[in-house]
Ligand binder design. Structure first.
Ligand SMILES: [Zn+2]
Length: 273
């Protein structure tokens, strides 16, 4: 059994501010260590339950947050950017299941730490075939394209609820109770790491028992629609060929999910420019 751990940072233990997840800020060094520890807890749980291989994708910012010198040595790390599949780098047909560690809710969510969708300055809303979603939905659909279900999510209560609502009854590890975008009641790392380890272990056991939601597979063609914050962002996004525009909403229809993922990334990169 081979597991991909797809990571982000906003849903890591203790995180409540942008400074904590932004390279260059004094607080960042502490939280990249905590991120590494949350990821290690998931790696331990996966191996405890009998996984043979674990691959990690460092999915936040420039993809170089996890401290490789402190990473569980049984795992391999996809780091750096841009990489071909970004937050899902490492996914392929050989992956049996995906775990989301440190995930956050989609933009506009109440009671959600650092809620945003891919780019907090650019993307107001995202739809995949008319389903309003966040990064979790986009990344789950890429996993689904390769036949892999998402079996665990860690983050605040709102992120875990949104992922469960979209994907079904997977394992969740709630590491904090958000009461706003920048405020939460946080559990200590000793507590959250044990929760993540146990949830990862249960997730792999349930997967081997056939007791997990199916992979998230969207019916092709895939329409990815993005509502941008301003019209100049939409102006730039429409430079991607074959886009359609209504107001600040720009959409693109492509035959399969990996192209749709890259089309989304291209639109957001241009819009952010
Ligand atoms: Zn992030």
């Amino acid at each position: 059994m081979k597991i991909l751990i797809a990571t982000d940072m906003e849903g890591i233990t203790g995180v409540t501010t942008w400074e904590q997840v932004t390279p260059g800020h004094a607080e960042y060094a502490r939280f990249r260590r905590l991120m590494t520890q949350d990821v290690n807890a998931a790696i331990r749980g996966a191996f405890d339950a009998g996984a043979d291989e674990v691959v990690v994708a460092d999915g936040h910012w420039n993809g170089s947050n996890i401290l490789i010198e402190e990473l569980d040595a049984r795992a391999r790390l996809n780091t750096g950017s841009p990489s071909p599949l970004s937050m899902m780098e490492g996914i392929d047909q050989s992956i049996d299941a995906v775990m989301f560690i440190g995930y956050h809710a989609r933009n506009g969510s109440p009671n959600a730490i650092l809620d945003h969708t891919w780019s907090s300055k650019t993307v107001a809303n995202l739809w995949l075939n008319d389903i309003l979603t966040g990064e979790y939905g986009l990344n789950a659909a890429v996993a689904g394209h390769f036949g892999a279900p998402v079996i665990l999510v860690s983050g605040d209560q709102t992120a875990c609820a949104q992922v469960t609502e979209l994907l079904g009854d997977l394992e969740t590890a709630v590491v904090k109770q958000a009461s706003g975008r920048f405020a939460a009641e946080c559990l200590a790392p000793q507590v959250t790491q044990e929760t993540i380890r146990l949830s990862a272990e249960r997730a792999v056991v349930r997967l081997s028992e056939g007791n997990m939601p199916a992979p998230f597979v969207l019916d092709p063609p895939i329409t990815v629609a993005v509502e941008f914050f301003t019209s100049d962002m939409a102006d730039r996004a429409t430079r991607v060929p074959f886009t359609k525009r209504e107001g600040t909403r720009v959409s693109l229809t492509l035959p399969e999910m990996v192209s749709a993922y890259n089309g989304f990334r291209a639109m957001v990169m241009l819009a952010s420019g």
